[in-house]
Design a protein around this ligand. Sequence first.
Ligand SMILES: C[S@@+](CC[C@H](N)C(=O)[O-])C[C@H]1O[C@@H](n2cnc3c(N)ncnc32)[C@H](O)[C@@H]1O
Length: 170
Amino acid sequence: MTDKNTTRENEYVEIVEYYDNLLTSGYYDFESLAKNLSNLLGARRKVLDIGIGSGLLSEQMLTLADYEIVGVDFSSKMLEIAQKRLANTNVKLICEDITKFETDVKFEAAISTGGAISATKEDDEIRLYSHITEAGQNEQLLAKLNSQLSENGLLALAIQGPHSNYRKKI
Ligand SMILES: C[S@@+](CC[C@H](N)C(=O)[O-])C[C@H]1O[C@@H](n2cnc3c(N)ncnc32)[C@H](O)[C@@H]1O
């Protein structure tokens, strides 16, 4: 794992202990997400997973095709889990803020399921949602991602429905 994380505090530290239990207890269906994404991506194989977290999506993607995945996340704790989960794959993990991530690689797709940027749907309206709170940084990030995509490259953001309260044994 490459670690370029030097300055940023973030909230994905304590949650790491129960993140996978929470997410796989019915919160997200990564198998279907990966299938839908794979259909959308078609022949595209070089993929940037934005805010890869513990690697749940990439793990499922790799059951479908030989994707060449680079996963960026600024939480080293999340990446420790991803590293174990994706140990026998060629996924490259980079510990860095996606807004600062620079590369010469041109990706054929940039994907995100709730990573730094994603989308929500409420009352039939789809909106960009983001972990990035500083004004202007979201536009800058979108422009940067655009420049890191090859011609016909795709930015694919999972659309999250509204949150609701529920009780579940984890
Ligand atoms: C809700 S989790 C989603 C993780 C993963 N995509 C999944 O579907 O399980 C959000 C992830 O995005 C990461 N993240 C948030 N903002 C980020 C940023 N600016 N740069 C890199 N990673 C970021 C967090 O550390 C966390 O791992």
